[in-house]
Write a protein that binds this ligand. Sequence first.
Ligand code: R5P
Length: 284
Amino acid sequence: MFVVGGSASQLLSKELAKCLKAKLAKVEIKRFPDDECYVRVEDDIEGEDVFLVQTAWPDKNIVELFLLQDAIRECEVSSLTTVCPYFGYARQDKQFKPGEPISARAIARLVQMQTDEFITVDIHAPSVIDWFDNVSAKNVHAYPSIGRHLKGKGVELILSPDEGRADNAKRVADVVGCEADFLVKERFDGETVEMTPKKLGVEGRKVAIVDDIISTGGTIAKAAEQLRKQGASKIFAVCTHGVFAKGGLDKLRPVCDDICSTDTIENPTTCITVAPEIARIVQD
Ligand code: R5P
């Protein structure tokens, strides 16, 4: 069994290889002068079960993913499981206006063309999994890993930024062994979010806000502002996918005491691996 790691998912590939007791394949990945991507699998993986790990975001990593799939197929492997720990474009899971694409479906159709199985982590819209209609596709949750990370840090309350993700906060809280609650968020556009004030009883308490994605950081910043006003003693911001678009991390550093994300997107706050959760679903 081999794990092939794309350039966007080097940390996770190593962790997954350890968890699966698989070999980490040697792969050459480089860019031509015009920025086109070149990949080559250097190990002999013919007849092997192969796990390709590559986050499908941003666009250049998606192209690299397709090239790696093709290279692996050319090696005549026994099976190929494509693991996209972060599946970009999942927020455009429907036509909001006439003339738009269903972007998540477009990417899903292409990814499934060259794989036997597909695994992703905390996909933004779970319905996107249904677009994988030719292969087995699974969505793994990072929340057990996030819960294990927060356990022992004295966190007394886990909050989701909106009611829609309250179940996820509850799952994390169950692992930590504390309470869960949710905030009330309204989104006006990609960068504008408002939080309706809600009495949370957080004075002097350590609180963690847990979300699937931190993108611009607008959601977490508004949540942290409210928690600070109510006297929270320490604010943790934790997400599965740390996108940190448009200086999102700089926005959050002054308002949160601790910012942490998983290795679905490698970034300066990555401190949790989702490899055990992926390995568990593979071995089930
Ligand atoms: C929204 O539904 C997601 O769960 C996140 O709350 C959102 O993507 C965060 O975006 P931002 O960091 O830009 O507020």
